[in-house]
Design a binder for this molecule. Structure first.
Ligand code: FES
Length: 121
């Protein structure tokens, strides 16, 4: 229901276990489970990063790995953007962000279709 503004704090969805993020590259749905050993991690508005409390992995707003023991970027989900009539006006099926289209009314995230973050090893 609520879209984050570009580069603003991500919007949390607890039932779906994802963060809706919006960066210069567009919107994306990031899985809330750390790619290290599976802890749920918060957003730190002070540091402007996702910071995992378990072993210190850090990620940028777009899910890119910064530091710590996590082996890859944050995982993400397939999603569709709908207009007010429920028509699909944009979709991401490969884990990449997409620019927020005009007329966007809602985002439907398919939490059954997880795309692994890019490995940095
Ligand atoms: Fe997140 Fe280990 S589970 S750093």
């Amino acid at each position: 229901d609520e879209f984050p503004q570009p580069n603003a704090a991500p919007v949390s969805n607890n039932p779906g276990k994802f963060w809706l993020v919006n960066t210069d590259a567009g919107i994306n749905a990031l899985y809330k489970v750390c790619t290290h050993l599976g802890c749920i991690f918060p957003w730190s508005e002070a540091a402007r990063i996702f910071a995992c409390p378990c072993h210190g992995s850090q990620f940028k707003l777009d899910g890119t790995y910064i530091a710590g023991p996590a082996p890859r970027d944050l995982d993400r989900f397939e999603f569709r953007v709908l207009d007010a009539n429920g028509n699909v006006i944009a979709a991401s099926t490969d884990g990449q962000p997409i620019p927020m289209p005009s007329g966007a009314e809602s985002v439907v995230v398919n939490t059954g279709r997880k795309i692994l973050g890019k490995s940095h090893f």
